[in-house]
Design a protein around this ligand. Structure first.
Ligand SMILES: NC(=O)C[C@H](N)C(=O)O
Length: 386
């Protein structure tokens, strides 16, 4: 079959009940057959790149019972020294992009992670990114929104306990992430998150528990499970529906990839903040935001509820206002947005299924592209907002 041509292949051996997928012959041959994790067969091994950014997975606590007040400072080699043998699963290379608690991931580090991934996509079969869990869902959303990795798995991984604690979850999470990134079944699924035996969609995943091992949760986000060296996906490969892709303008005037110093000027992220709704909230803070920011996300009560006075102020704001939600689950329907006398929602836009922190990143990317208000609405309509 000529290279690049499309063929229909089954996803599983059972032809009678199998799902069919369309893929080009080259895509299939691009990933060497993965080895069953935990076995010793030696076939051609996938090449995996690990990009380290820090987080609890790379931290040390004061004692084996301490799970708070830890320091982030372990290099990736130390993390790899603590996991089961992967020599039969893949060939690994790694790069330490930074080593911070994810509270300190800022726009420059987001761009550094973006560039590290784009560079690695050219020559690796899978990418693993170690990252703090506190803001992992934001970085994963940003990556899914700005990089089309094609068939190459991008797997984020973190941990809830420091490396020094008894029953630390980091080593098994990292081992699973490497196996997931090495497995051909992970191809064509976009950005994935590996934590606590679950395989989730980076686009939708969110941190729902500040402390426990099963910290990440979300209805749209579970794609599979890792059990006893087996990777079980629940669906055939697919990517988040309605995810709008942005091409970051990192090239400088000469068309080459901008270096660190120019990246900041070329991709200065628009200023967008998040306001948390609460009883008795007034428009005071929004007045400040209206003058100092380019956009705002409001974490509304319920499914878009805000006091009448705040709604009235938002309808007169000159910047885009995204109505998102305080609650972890659910969505903001357009029908719940405030309207003016003519029935217009003015600058107010519903976030659909996106939580406030993901809505903020999506609005920043829209504003960086100088999207009109209607174009911003169309982007949020991809996740049933708008
Ligand atoms: N579990 C973690 O990784 C939390 C840590 N504070 C971080 O986000 O870097």
């Amino acid at each position: 079959m000529p290279n690049g041509s499309v063929e229909v292949t089954t996803i599983c051996e059972d032809v009678e009940n199998s799902q069919f997928t369309i893929q080009s012959a080259t895509a299939k041959s691009a990933m060497p057959e993965a080895v069953k994790p935990g076995t010793s067969q030696h076939r051609s091994l996938p090449r995996i790149k690990i990009l380290g950014t820090g987080g609890t997975i790379a931290s040390k606590g004061a004692s084996s019972s301490a799970t708070a007040d830890y320091q982030v400072d372990l290099p990736i080699q130390d993390l790899l020294d603590a996991i089961p043998d992967i020599s039969g699963i893949c060939e690994v290379e790694y790069e330490q992009l930074c080593n911070v608690d994810s509270k300190n991931i800022n726009e420059n580090l987001l761009i550094k992670i973006y560039k590290g991934i784009v560079r690695s996509l050219q020559s690796f079969d899978g990418i693993v990114i170690t990252h703090g869990t506190d803001t992992l869902s934001e970085t994963a959303f940003f990556v899914e929104s700005t990089i089309d990795s094609g068939e190459v798995p991008i797997v984020f991984v973190g941990s809830m306990r420091p490396s020094t604690s008894v029953s630390a979850d980091g080593p098994m999470n990292l081992y699973q992430a490497i196996c997931i990134a090495s497995d051909s079944k992970s191809r064509g699924r976009g950005v994935l998150v590996s934590l606590n035996d679950q395989i989730s969609a980076g686009y939708y995943i969110t941190k729902t528990n500040a402390n426990s091992l099963d910290s990440f949760n979300v209805r749209q986000g579970y794609l599979g499970n890792f059990v006893n060296n087996e990777i079980h996906y629940y669906y055939p490969p697919t990517k988040p529906q309605g995810c709008h892709k942005f091409k970051l303008k990192l090239e400088d005037k000469r068309g080459s990839v901008a270096n660190e110093s120019t990246v900041k000027s070329l991709t200065k992220f628009p200023k967008v903040c998040i306001l948390y709704g609460h009883q008795s909230i007034t428009a005071g803070l929004l007045e400040l935001v209206n003058e100092k920011y380019e956009g705002v996300v409001v974490a509304t009560m319920g499914a878009g509820s805000m006091p009448d006075g705040v709604n009235a102020f938002c309808l007169n704001m000159k910047i885009p206002v995204i109505y998102s939600k305080r609650s972890m689950d659910g969505m903001i329907p357009i029908a719940n947005l405030p309207k003016d006398k003519e029935g217009s929602h003015c600058n107010v836009i519903a976030s659909g299924y996106l939580n406030p922190e993901k809505s903020r990143i999506l609005l920043q990317l829209c504003l960086a592209e100088n999207y009109s208000l209607n174009e911003v609405r169309r982007v949020f309509n991809g996740v049933y907002g708008g």
